[in-house]
Design a protein around this ligand. Structure first.
Ligand SMILES: [Ca+2]
Ligand SMILES: [Ca+2]
Length: 381
């Protein structure tokens, strides 16, 4: 290869392929996690932060901005991508190896009921991925979104055009003013195969998952195969129109797609949308397919309303955070398989790392794919 061509190829790879120049961090303490985030924020390359399985308290501090932090709030951080994942271990050569099909419950970021857990402020083209982590015991008593995870690109000078993936995480027992996972974002967002349970909001115009669309030429949310149950609010204000399960604020032109979710037994409404068509001139396209939703509040009719049901999911009764479906659950094989042409994907694995659509042809509704006990005992333990 002549030198000029070589340089051209390198530049193309550098700009468009995050894996070519990525830096890997293999971390196993609170300090190492934050140091990796700080380094990642200005090292001029994409980063993969791999967290060894274990429980980590967040960095503590007197301000509400304690907890883990990437980026600088109202300023652009660097251009490059960021991946954060749990479920890793070190082999005898001190290398970071991912556990096969690990579940998020093995890698815990704990707010100790005192702190926010993680804030991310990306630049306008940073792709972000967060997978395989259990965010729990976050606490925030001031009017700030996202006690467990807050990602905002709302204040960038250029519209955000990146992609955010939140996959196979658990968000439980967080207590925050306005929401648990809060995304204020433009660009494309996929939230799939996550569990949201036992979280509290103080403001009842916020949900365990809260999404605020940001103005941009293209803003899209794909919220698929999540289980959102037993979240509550401490507010009694206007409960008829609030939404404590998930809360979506369109307000700007956006495409909102919900498929295969369980939104069940959340206090007040399981699902609330505000800022639909006509608000600030916004054109919000809202599509709901194959969800199990207890109760819902919207201003406008849905643009697509297909195969949605409202029925007891019939979870297994093993208690704790196991929201697996029972053998007689009506949600088994009732989901909508992501078509190859779709912009969203249901994922290869469910929240516990079991294959999706195993031994049958149709995905289940919710974050947990049903497996008969006999398969668990003989094939997966
Ligand atoms: Ca970086
Ligand atoms: Ca199935």
């Amino acid at each position: 290869m002549n030198r000029r061509l070589h340089v051209a190829v390198y530049l193309v790879a550098h700009f468009f392929t995050s894996t070519v120049t990525a830096e890997d961090f293999c971390v196993s303490s609170t300090a190492e996690i934050q140091q990796a985030l700080t380094t990642a924020g200005n090292n001029g390359e994409s980063d993969r932060i791999r967290i060894i399985s274990g429980t980590y308290n967040v960095p503590s501090g007197p301000s509400i901005d304690s907890g883990f932090l990437y980026g600088a709030g109202d300023q652009d951080s660097e251009f490059f991508d960021l991946e954060i994942s749990g479920g890793w271990y070190r082999n005898s050569n001190n290398q970071c190896i991912q556990q096969i099909n690990s579940s998020p419950f093995q890698t815990v970021l704990d707010g100790e009921n005192k702190h926010r857990i993680l804030q991310i402020y990306p630049s306008n083209a940073t792709n972000i991925s967060i997978t395989g982590i259990h965010f729990t015991n976050g606490f925030l008593d001031q009017f700030r979104g996202g006690v467990a995870v807050f990602i905002s690109n709302a204040v960038l000078q250029e519209p955000y055009t990146g992609r955010i993936l939140i996959e196979r995480n658990a968000f439980t027992s967080n207590d925050g003013e306005s929401g648990t996972l809060y995304l204020a974002t433009a660009g494309t967002t996929e939230v799939r195969n996550n569990l949201f349970a036992f979280n509290k909001t103080f403001d009842n115009f916020a949900g365990a998952f809260t999404y605020a669309a940001v103005e941009s030429p293209q803003t899209r949310l794909f919220f698929t195969n999540n289980t959102v149950v037993a979240n509550t609010t401490k507010s009694s204000f206007n409960q008829a129109v609030s939404g404590v399960g998930i809360f979506i604020n369109g307000d700007h032109d956006s495409l909102i797609v919900l498929v295969n979710n369980i939104l069940w037994e959340n206090q007040t409404n399981d699902f609330r949308v505000s800022g639909m068509n006509g608000i600030n001139g916004a054109a919000v396209i809202m599509s709901l397919v194959s969800n199990d939703i207890g109760s819902m509040y919207t201003f406008d009719p849905l643009d697509v309303d297909l195969d949605n049901i409202s029925i007891d999911p019939v979870f297994q009764t093993t208690g704790g955070l196991n929201y697996s479906l029972a053998q007689n659950s009506p949600l088994i094989n009732q989901g909508y398989n992501s078509p190859g042409s779709a912009e969203w994907y249901m994922g290869d694995f469910d929240i516990l790392g079991k294959p999706r659509v195993y031994n049958d042809t149709t995905v289940d509704i919710g974050a947990f794919e049903f497996f008969p006990d006999v398969l668990f005992k003989n094939g997966f333990e």
